[in-house]
Design a binder for this molecule. Structure first.
Ligand SMILES: Cc1cc2nc3c(=O)[nH]c(=O)nc-3n(C[C@H](O)[C@H](O)[C@H](O)COP(=O)(O)OP(=O)(O)OC[C@H]3O[C@@H](n4cnc5c(N)ncnc54)[C@H](O)[C@@H]3O)c2cc1C
Length: 443
């Protein structure tokens, strides 16, 4: 069957990377076809409906940061910038294992001095901790230079970070940003995260929370933008990208497509089943993707019969479930608590009952009001492939361009310098679309 060319560009994968690539292409005048295997958009950042109550439930609480500049630009492009809410400056409540509550609140000073000023008033720390934190100002502003073969833990130790700083600041931040424990993850990408958050404007480190279920926050507005520009977004349409010499033929069901640009925006674990045919020019990329290890996230959603705390989110340092979000205070229409356990390899094999009991016990120990509340409903979401591992020694991440002139890669795992985040996915999507547009893709 001859391949048809009704589209200027084809994007395989409808997560943050694929949708941001398609929106950038459509904005550049290209007629784009997006092919998504699942019945809903959003990939690893999406929304389900609870089977019993119909309440929207995200597949895991997602936190953005003020430094997510390309994500925020993507939201603006699709008219969805008001679907997230940003703190004016970084402000975090922590409740330690003894139930003591402290607040890190940073003033609007130039970074990283706003963090140091916030730390001076943060009662979780003493003066020796604050002095030790001062030692991180130079490595943060250096932006690079941390070794990729060293773990975050040994890098922070080399910079004299104290046990309390590790427990209250660095470990919760590493788990949230990198989804791996400090002793398992490479220092180089963490230094990049610190530079993104704690240089430039103090707003870069502010927490930005979705104000809509994820699918409404970006995926549906992106779909509408693409179709308004003459493109098409097809769900439940797994695609294969067949390499035939220098030709790239995309097959979806009974249809085949060929266009001047194909962007493959699937996760690393799906690359080898998505790209087929004469793949020898892509052999090293395919081999690296196949050898890249995952890191899991387990989310427990709890519905209590009474409110148990008064913040949109709190950190629970030292706990198995390190961050607690009250979706009722974040997204209209949601009513549950979302308890996130990052780097949760040990939880993957536990039963749902055991995971819920663990989360409930930890909340009761940390938060007084939880002792008088009763769980009326719970769900557990296991995501074994939530992110790719950034452990020292992992295979190199691929570049946007491939050895084939009409084929580009996108996805959070492309070499953006950032960990597996929405921002990494969107930067990779924009980069792939920009390459395709500059190679002459558009009607
Ligand atoms: C529980 C959880 C919590 C997270 N928390 C945060 C957070 O707080 N902040 C943050 O920034 N990031 C967070 N992340 C990471 C973030 O969700 C991901 O980095 C981002 O969504 C990855 O987007 P992507 O487009 O690269 O990949 P994906 O979202 O995986 O999208 C790829 C898409 O390709 C589709 N696909 C695969 N194969 C094919 C095929 N052959 N044909 C067609 N379609 C195909 C898939 O179905 C999928 O929809 C979290 C992730 C998880 C799982």
């Amino acid at each position: 069957m001859a391949a048809v060319s009704r589209f200027d560009a084809i994007v395989v994968g409808g997560g943050c990377a694929g949708l941001s690539a398609a929106v950038r292409l459509a904005g550049g005048g290209a007629k784009v076809l997006v092919l998504e295997a699942r019945s809903r958009l959003g990939g690893r950042a999406t929304t389900f409906q609870d089977r019993v109550t119909g309440e929207p439930v995200d597949n895991g609480q997602h936190v953005l940061l003020g430094c997510y500049r390309e994500t925020l630009a993507f939201l603006s492009a699709i008219g969805a910038r008001d679907r997230v809410r940003a703190q004016p400056n970084l402000s975090v409540t922590m409740i330690d294992e003894a139930g003591t509550r402290t607040e890190l609140t940073c003033p609007p000073w130039p970074a990283p001095w706003h963090l140091l000023a916030g730390a001076c008033r943060w009662s979780a720390l003493g003066w020796s901790d604050r002095l030790a934190l001062l030692r991180m100002a130079a490595p943060i502003r250096a932006e690079a230079g941390a070794p990729s073969n060293e773990t975050v833990q040994s890098w922070l130790a080399a910079h004299g970070q104290t046990e309390r700083l590790l427990r209250f600041l660095w470990e919760p931040l590493v788990l949230a940003a990198m989804n791996q424990p400090m002793d398992a993850v490479s220092a180089a990408p963490f230094q990049r995260v610190l530079a993104e958050m704690f240089t430039g404007s103090s707003e870069n480190s502010a927490v930005v929370l979705p104000a809509r279920p994820l699918i409404e926050m970006y995926a549906e507005p992106a779909r509408e933008y693409i179709t308004r520009a003459g493109g098409d977004v097809r769900l439940s349409t797994p695609a294969t990208v067949n390499v035939q010499g220098r030709r790239i033929v995309v097959t979806a069901g009974r249809e085949t497509f060929e266009s001047s640009a194909t962007i493959v925006a699937v996760p690393w674990v799906k690359l080898d089943t998505t790209i087929t045919g004469e793949t020898a020019p892509l052999a090293s990329t395919l081999a690296a993707a196949a050898a890249t290890k995952p890191s899991p996230i387990v989310t427990v959603n709890l519905w209590y019969d009474a409110p148990i705390f008064d913040r949109p989110f709190v950190g629970l340092p030292g706990r198995t479930a390190q961050w607690l979000f009250d979706t009722a205070a974040i997204v209209p229409g949601m009513t549950h608590l979302s308890i996130v356990s990052s780097g949760a390899t040990a939880l993957l094999t536990e039963t749902n009952d055991a995971i819920v009991a663990m989360a409930d016990a930890e909340l009761r120990a940390s938060i007084h009001a939880a002792r008088n509340a009763r769980i009326v409903k719970s769900t557990v979401i296991r995501q074994p492939h939530a992110t790719f591992s950034l452990a020292p020694g992992q295979p190199p991440r691929p570049a946007t361009a491939t050895a084939l002139p009409r084929l580009w890669l996108a996805g959070d795992w492309i070499e953006t310098g950032l960990p597996a985040t929405i921002e990494s996915a969107v930067r990779s999507g924009h980069a792939a679309a920009d390459r395709a547009l500059s190679s002459g893709t558009s009607s």
